[in-house]
Ligand binder design. Structure first.
Ligand SMILES: Nc1nc2c(c(=O)[nH]1)N[C@H]1C(S)=C(S)[C@@H](COP(=O)(O)OP(=O)(O)OC[C@H]3O[C@@H](n4cnc5c(=O)[nH]c(N)nc54)[C@H](O)[C@@H]3O)O[C@H]1N2
Ligand SMILES: Nc1nc2c(c(=O)[nH]1)N[C@H]1C(S)=C(S)[C@@H](COP(=O)(O)OP(=O)(O)OC[C@H]3O[C@@H](n4cnc5c(=O)[nH]c(N)nc54)[C@H](O)[C@@H]3O)O[C@H]1N2
Ligand code: SF4
Ligand SMILES: [Mo]
Length: 696
């Protein structure tokens, strides 16, 4: 039998974007392993993706279009198989009916990062719906608060060069659980340690990463902004502010120095629930250690005060001047270093796109039940008639879901289900397997997986872009997202050339003007595409991507959004002391809800548990294994108690994103998370959640 090997890219929503090697036999992938040639991922895949072929070759892959013939919410039994022609015809008819009744804005495309590829993730679907004039999706679910914070502070999602972290002498892992979510940075941290670095983890939970760091600091959730302000005050008091560098490269320092006067260490420590000595100790280390690298996680920004917290944390290296040195500075994501493909590829300029309202994806539950605040929008004078007759904000009557599983992953799950069950909502889902969301669809369309389609994947944790050429045959009738959208466009009578571009043409459009060609990538698989050299200090001499090249501790534009223009502190929405705080961070063997239905991954994760500090369990008379209902005013989910001193007293934790229908009681943690925006970016506040427990 012919065996061939093919290099490709992991498409999952993970900062590491590994290069892998697939062994293929007769059109079927039979083996997967890491590709040793890759400088960042170095031949290792994470545990969950070592079992990726369980997902690719699983008996539960969708292989045929399915059309609903029974009640919504009943699952696959309510569906019958259909031909592509019939299914696409049904989708086109559903979209047309919405447009005829309420105009194109009644259609909402709903997508996220199930695949991070530029082609299958962010091209044809976005083009089609932009051209139709459908509502635009504001993709806030993951990084919006940090993104808005860093746009204001640095001018973009940029930071120190990750491979340079080996040069750091102090590494602060701030709300970042590397061993679960950014595995391939860990060996670089270990190398820094061998060279003498001290590693501090700041996390309300003693994660594996925190447990293996030199120091673990556990602040109250959502108080990181105060912690950062207190640390900066300490640095300034210690005479360690790098005034020369601040003067040369940062705006707003005089105003900000005055603000720091309000944040003595004692005040910050009280806000964070920490001993002031802990702040002083870390403050001393930061004041005296160059370079200091601060790796900022995404979990820490799922709080009401996320925007200010990320601004304050990332202001620290501006005060210490750490960006001067390789291995110094802060880094949340590397995305801002890549040439941005969004404009030419998602929204090509030559494709006509009528203006349309934006809908914040994190508010999907409230949008579908008609309870959302009117989306903030400007009034378009050419739509005056619709504005005056009240038709300017039509209900969403068509939902097209791809690369995401909102029934498991967005907040306010109970209300979302009510919305998804609406008889007048026409829902299309493009999927690889039958998720929670498919249960609420009218039409389910089978999509290909990474070994079966072409894609180009850049990274949010390093500086390489990887090409993924198709290597295997898709199961049954499954098609790439792009082809499905090309067919829907044609069925709607839309024939603009940008709606007919092939996958290869889309890759070429992304690469156009960049440092590497399609042919070179087809040869080499990956390339460094950001122009930032390995081990360099990209902002040593300033040059931030702001208009004047200076970082901004004070950003007047924020005042218009009702946000403090000066870096500062927004406290948690829900006060500490009222109930237990619940954090639902990433689990090691799922990727969000991806893998949530596969036997090996499910077994590794175990059933949903609520981890409680021994004091909190004792106060409620609960013991290991007790079945409880976790509840608040939003809803409830069921879980088993695990008494666990990894939790800080007053802080409970579980893991995202079990499937609702595979969970006891049919709900997940997102039944207790609320639709509420953080202070910046319209981001959700998953971890700013208070709960109570009742025995079951
Ligand atoms: N195995 C696995 N890997 C993943 C994912 C997954 O589901 N599983 N998800 C992927 C995605 S979509 C993302 S966005 C990234 C996220 O990756 P991370 O940024 O690592 O995000 P989380 O795991 O959500 O949270 C990280 C840590 O932040 C802590 N935290 C929560 N609240 C606070 C706080 O107020 N302050 C501080 N200091 N810490 C806090 C949590 O306890 C947690 O340990 O991971 C990606 N990688
Ligand atoms: N409570 C709580 N909830 C959270 C979080 C949290 O920390 N706590 N984290 C949030 C975060 S950070 C994120 S990013 C979101 C993520 O939430 P989602 O965006 O829902 O991500 P996944 O659950 O991974 O679902 C991705 C889906 O896309 C499908 N898919 C993958 N590739 C393709 C493709 O090529 N074509 C098609 N058609 N489908 C494909 C997969 O099969 C999978 O079902 O969850 C959020 N939810
Ligand atoms: S999920 Fe992340 S660590 Fe795992 S293989 Fe994919 S890119 Fe690598
Ligand atoms: Mo995410």
């Amino acid at each position: 039998m012919a065996r061939t090997t093919h290099r490709g890219a992991c498409p999952l929503d993970c900062p590491d974007t590994c290069t892998w090697q697939l062994t293929v036999e007769d059109g079927r992938a039979v083996e997967i392993r890491g590709d040793a040639d890759h400088p960042f991922t170095q031949g290792v895949l994470c545990g969950k993706v070592n079992r990726y072929l369980d997902a690719v070759n699983g008996p539960d892959r969708l292989t045929q279009p399915m059309i609903r013939v029974g009640p919504k919410g009943a699952g696959p039994i309510a569906f019958r198989p259909a031909s592509w022609e019939e299914a696409i015809g049904r989708v086109a008819a559903g979209l047309t009916a919405s447009i005829d009744r309420h105009g194109p804005e009644s259609i909402l495309p709903f997508y996220f990062a199930g695949t991070m590829g530029d082609v299958q993730g962010y091209s044809m679907g976005q083009r089609l719906f932009a051209h139709l004039g459908a509502s635009q999706l504001r993709t806030t679910i993951c990084t919006a608060a940090a993104n808005a914070a860093l746009q204001s502070l640095y001018g973009g999602m940029v930071g120190f060069e990750p491979e340079s972290i080996v040069e750091a002498r102090l590494i602060v892992l701030w709300g970042a659980n590397l061993l679960s979510t950014h595995l391939h940075l860990w060996p670089f941290v270990q190398e820094a340690r061998r060279r003498g670095a001290h590693v501090v983890a700041i996390d309300p939970l003693r994660t594996d990463t925190a447990g293996r760091s030199d120091t673990h600091i556990a602040p109250l959730p959502g108080t990181d902004g105060a912690l950062a302000l207190g640390l900066m005050r300490h640095v300034v008091d210690a005479g360690a502010a790098d005034r020369e560098w601040l003067d040369a490269h940062v705006d707003g320092w005089p105003e900000f120095e005055q603000r720091l006067a309000e944040w003595p260490v004692e005040r910050a420590a009280a806000e964070c629930g920490l001993d002031p000595a802990v702040l002083r100790d870390l403050g001393d280390r930061i004041a005296t250690t160059r370079p200091t690298a601060i790796k900022v996680g995404l979990g820490l920004q799922r709080h009401a005060g996320a925007g200010q917290a990320v601004r304050a944390i990332c202001a620290l290296p501006l005060v210490t001047g750490d960006f001067r040195y390789p291995g110094g500075g802060a880094l949340c994501m590397t995305s801002g270093h890549f040439p941005n493909p969004a404009a030419p590829v998602m929204r090509p300029v030559d494709l006509p796109q009528p203006p349309a309202r934006e809908i914040n994806m994190s508010r999907l539950a409230a949008v579908l039940t008609g309870e959302a605040d009117p989306p903030a929008r400007e009034i378009n004078m050419s739509r005056l008639a619709a504005v005056l007759t009240g038709e300017a904000d039509p209900p969403v009557t068509s939902l097209v879901v791809f690369d995401t599983n909102p029934a498991a992953t967005v907040p306010d799950q109970t209300r979302l289900r009510t919305g998804l069950l609406r008889a007048d909502l026409f829902t299309t889902v493009l999927e690889q397997r039958w998720t929670d969301t498919c249960d609420y669809a009218d039409v389910v369309l089978p999509a290909t997986m990474q070994p079966e389609h072409l894609d180009l994947v850049s990274s949010y944790g390093h500086h390489y872009t990887t090409l993924n050429l198709p290597a295997t045959t898709p199961p049954g009738d499954a098609l790439p997202n792009t082809e499905i959208f090309r067919r829907i466009a044609a069925a709607l009578g839309l024939h603009h050339p940008r709606l007919r571009d092939s996958d290869e043409e889309i890759v070429r459009q992304v690469l156009a003007g960049g440092p590497v060609t399609f042919e070179e990538l087809a040869e080499r698989t990956y390339a460094r595409t950001t122009g930032v050299a390995v081990g360099s200090a990209p902002f040593a001499k300033g040059g931030f991507p702001t208009a004047n090249g200076r970082a901004r501790l004070h950003q007047p534009a924020l005042a218009e959004q009702g946000v403090d223009p000066l870096v500062g502190y927004t406290p948690p929405a829900e006060r500490h002391g009222d109930g237990l705080v619940l954090i639902a961070a990433a689990g090691r063997f799922f990727l969000n809800s991806t893998f949530g239905s596969l036997p090996w991954h499910e077994k590794k994760m175990g059933p949903p548990r609520i981890h409680l500090h021994p004091d909190d369990a004792a106060a409620r008379g609960l013991a290991d294994g007790d079945e409880v209902r976790v509840h608040n005013t939003n809803g409830a989910f069921d879980a088993a108690v695990q008494v666990d001193d990894a939790a800080r007293p007053g802080v409970a934790f579980t893991f995202k994103a079990y499937w609702a229908k595979r969970s006891p009681g049919g709900n997940t943690v997102n039944a207790v998370t609320a639709v509420r925006d953080a202070d910046l970016g319209g981001a959700p506040t998953f971890h700013d959640t208070r709960i109570e427990l009742s025995p079951r």
